[in-house]
Design a protein around this ligand. Sequence first.
Ligand code: THU
Length: 141
Amino acid sequence: MKKAVYSDRELMELAIEARKYAYAPYSGELVGAALLSEDGEVFKGCNIENAAYSPSNCAERTAVFKAVSSGVRSFSAIAVAGGRGGSVSGMYPPCGVCRQVLREFCPDPSKFRIILGKPDDLRIFTLEELLPESFGPENLE
Ligand code: THU
C-alpha cells in the first residue's frame, strides 16, 4: 500500500491492523509492524511462531523480509504494536535481532524512526538511539 504521506499515528494504526494475522499459539503475544519505505510504501508484518520455537519470526522482520523480497531496500520508519489478545500494551520495543536486521538497510541509523506506544500516546525513537554504535555493512568494507 502506498500514498503520499503517512502520519506516525496512521502507521501505528496499520501496525495494530497487522496483528490480526499474528500466528502466536505458544506465547499468545500478537505483534504487528508497519514498515514505511522511503518512497511511501507500507509493508505490514506479523509474528509467526513455530512448534520448534527457534524458527519463530518477529513482526518487524516479517515486514522487512516482505519489503526486501519485493525489491524495496530503503526505509524511513517502522511502527510496532504488540500485546496479548485484543489489547495493545503501552510500548512494544523491537528485539535486538530485529534492530540488527533493520540496521542492515539503514545506512544512517539516526534518520530511521521507530514508532512505539499507542496511537494516542506515541513514543518516537531513532534506530541510532535503540542500537548505538551499531555494526553495519560499511564495517565489512
Ligand atoms: N516479538 C515480535 O514479533 N517482535 C519483537 O520485537 C519482540 C517479540 C514476538 C516474538 C514472539 O512470537 C512473541 O513476540 C513473544 O516473544
